[in-house]
Design a protein around this ligand. Structure first.
Ligand SMILES: NC(=O)c1ccc[n+]([C@@H]2O[C@H](COP(=O)([O-])OP(=O)(O)OC[C@H]3O[C@@H](n4cnc5c(N)ncnc54)[C@H](OP(=O)(O)O)[C@@H]3O)[C@@H](O)[C@H]2O)c1
Length: 267
């Protein structure tokens, strides 16, 4: 059982959405927090809104997941803030709203860098301290898109599929050091993710998708993520009707393929 109380928990993408909701719930459970994302002012707002925690037990560590060379150094800085990292939640991420053929290779590379390479770099950096202390927990916010790929999400789905493969492999390598790996696969969650999505050329999509608007609340999503951490679950879905696609992919992939081909481009 991975406790939250008194644990040092580093969250990337803590300036909004799922990461922000996680910060509030972890603070209430008595965890010590390191909050990371690019926007320092938003991280400060999240810190100020955390309740039930001594402000000294929340540190802000701004970072850009798209700057790979900076991440190992920043990970050492994160470890030095409280002397360790017990739980790393790789949550920061970005999606797209663009057809594969039209998407610039720059956008494709940023999505892979932010969603995939940054998560593995940070995880490997904290693994050194986790191995030494013979305990730790890596949490990865993947997606239903890590299992089922749909139109307009080619690089996003690729990045989430890559996380699934990498961290399933890593889990098999580190369990004997008492290091847990939990993959979280949310479906639609009501956040700004579609507003922040890239268009084909890398502009901000800036539209709230209907599926996101009607999605699961961030509070419920964060609650289920923390339950999965506390129960040391290896993988969970947080989804509603999207689960049909997951089961079709597993048991009737041909049927799912036909459905996906016929989905109207847009959402
Ligand atoms: N919402 C959904 O329906 C859904 C479903 C499945 C999976 N997810 C996953 O959940 C995670 C959180 O997304 P969300 O829905 O909460 O969306 P969000 O509100 O847009 O949050 C994204 C977070 O990632 C951070 N981020 C983006 N690019 C970054 C970069 N280059 N460097 C550092 N931080 C960066 C953002 O902070 P800054 O802009 O301040 O850097 C923000 O805190 C993502 O991994 C996403 O793929 C979401």
């Amino acid at each position: 059982m991975s406790e939250i109380k008194n644990k040092v928990i580093w969250i990337t993408g803590a300036s909004s959405g799922i990461g922000e909701a996680l910060a509030y719930q972890i603070a209430e459970k008595g965890g010590k927090l390191i909050l990371s994302a690019r926007r320092e002012n938003e991280l400060q707002r999240v810190k100020d809104n955390c309740k039930g925690i001594n402000p000294d037990e929340i540190k802000i560590l701004p970072l850009d997941l798209n700057q790979p060379d900076t991440l190992p150094i920043l990970a050492q800085e994160a470890i030095s803030l409280f002397g360790t990292v017990d739980i790393l939640i790789n949550n920061g991420g970005v999606t797209q709203r663009s057809l594969a053929v039209e998407t610039s290779s720059e956008v494709e590379r940023i999505i892979m860098e932010v969603n995939f390479f940054a998560a593995i770099t940070l995880s490997k950096s904290v693994l050194t301290v986790m191995k030494k202390q013979q305990s730790g927990h890596l949490v990865i916010i993947s997606s239903v898109a890590g299992k089922v790929a749909t139109k307009m999400r080619s690089s996003y789905a690729a990045s989430k599929h890559a996380l699934q493969g990498y961290f399933d492999s890593l889990r098999a390598e580190v369990w004997q050091d008492n290091i847990k790996v939990t993959l979280i696969c949310p479906g639609y969650v009501k956040t700004s993710i579609s507003l922040n999505a890239f268009t084909a050329e890398g502009a901000k999509y800036n539209q709230m998708d209907k599926n996101q608007e009607l999605g699961i609340s961030v509070d419920v999503c964060a609650q289920k993520i923390l339950q999965a951490i506390e129960k040391d679950q290896e993988e969970i879905y947080i989804a509603r009707k999207e689960m049909i696609a997951v089961y079709l992919k597993r048991f009737f992939p041909g049927i799912l393929s036909k459905i996906v081909k016929n989905i109207k481009v847009g959402n």
